[in-house]
Design a protein around this ligand. Structure first.
Ligand code: ADP
Ligand code: MG
Length: 347
């Protein structure tokens, strides 16, 4: 764990001193935040908009490994993955709460590093940290984030409302984060066996960056608004493309066809995959933690999204009887199976 030289024991501040220290620089950014940190509860007024809420729990050793996760990145990612869920509803996140279980292994300096990442994400995405809870943990670092957002009434987008013939689209590129994880896990193993070997990860910067510092697709929600498009169904890709597309099919009671050649995969991801003898398509289908958006649109909206190079059309929705199929580059058709990783845990 990267820590600065100074070590201040958290216990030396006391609980209130600690919370005050961690939240001392908060400047509220949203008019909707009526009361932030410091009272028994926060007060939020979305002025007639609907409120969207999502929460996540992250456990050391299950969801993250402090051996190769810098605390600042972890703080950043803890916020971003929650915001991704709010964007996936076609909503705008406005507030977060952050609750921590901290073991005495952590110094105040380590916690400060974590919060640096938290505040960097809050700044970038324009959300206010309005509360949380702080407790000591016997073992391991525990992080729980709740994100709150707003949406014009009725404009939220569910997973269950795709229609037959809709185009299936996704943002960005897929599979990188999974390879980043494979690489860091391998480096960890090498380090534990022979600590003197120095890791050379220069060529793998992109994929490792995608794992350690993911971004949420705020930009896509904004371009829907600008283009005047409301997706018919949407979710974020956290467990791998195949698992997510099956959710949309199941919840919308439809089938789908996707085309392997249309799945967006970055060149850096392909190179890293080949180096590790992995199939890049399999990484995109069954990897995870991409935090891209998967959505369906009516065919007549296709032109409105044409100019957006961040969007790939990868297939279309069919009637349920046609099944859930992927057509490979060689022209073969296979059933899509859910090999998506169940929230990091299955790894
Ligand atoms: P209570 O005893 O009522 O739970 P706390 O002393 O835990 O109150 O919290 C006081 C204030 O500090 C509340 O506004 C709470 O939301 C906020 N808070 C507590 N822990 C954190 C944290 N880790 N990050 C941000 N705000 C926090
Ligand atoms: Mg409390």
């Amino acid at each position: 764990m990267a820590m600065s030289e100074n070590r201040t024991e958290i216990a030396s501040l006391g609980e209130f001193g600690l919370i005050e220290h961690l939240t001392r620089n908060i400047e509220l950014q949203n008019a909707s935040t009526i009361v932030g940190v410091g009272d028994d509860a926060a007060v939020i007024d979305h002025f007639g908009k609907q409120t969207v809420v999502s929460t996540d729990l992250l456990l050391e050793g299950i969801h993250f490994d402090l051996m190769y996760t810098p605390l600042k990145h972890l703080g950043y990612k803890s916020i971003v993955v929650n915001l991704s869920d709010i964007y996936a509803m076609n909503a705008t996140p406005t507030q977060v709460t952050l609750s921590l279980g901290i073991s005495n292994r952590f110094s105040l300096e380590a916690l400060d590093e974590f919060y640096e990442g938290v505040y960097a994400a809050c700044d970038k995405y324009g959300v206010d940290l309005v509360g949380g809870d702080t407790a000591s943990s016997m073992r391991g670092f525990v992080i729980s984030v709740t994100a709150i957002g707003e949406v014009v009434p009725g404009k939220f987008v569910r997973r269950s409302t795709a229609r037959k013939g809709d185009l299936i689209c996704c943002t960005g590129d897929l599979g990188a984060s999974y390879i980043g994880l494979i690489i860091l896990e391998r480096e960890k193993k090498i380090f534990l066996e022979s600590p003197q070997v120095k890791a050379d990860l220069e060529g793998e910067k992109y994929v490792i960056g995608r794992l350690l510092k993911p971004e949420a697709r705020k930009d896509q929600i904004e371009s829907f608004e600008q283009a005047g498009v409301v997706p018919t169904a949407m979710m974020d890709i956290s467990d791998g493309l195949s698992s997510e597309i099956l959710h949309i099919c199941h919840d919308s009671n439809l089938g789908c066809v996707i085309y392997e050649e249309k799945i967006p995969i970055a060149e850096a991801t392909r190179l890293a995959a080949f180096k590790f003898e992995l199939d890049p398509t399999a990484c995109a289908l069954s990897g995870g933690e991409d935090y891209e958006l998967l959505f369906t649109i009516a065919q007549e909206d296709y032109d409105k999204l044409l100019l957006n190079e961040q969007v790939s059309v990868i297939g279309h929705m069919t009637e349920a009887e046609k099944g859930k199929k992927i057509i490979t580059k060689g022209g073969n058709s296979f059933d899509i199976t859910a090999q998506g990783w169940n929230a990091f845990g299955a790894r």
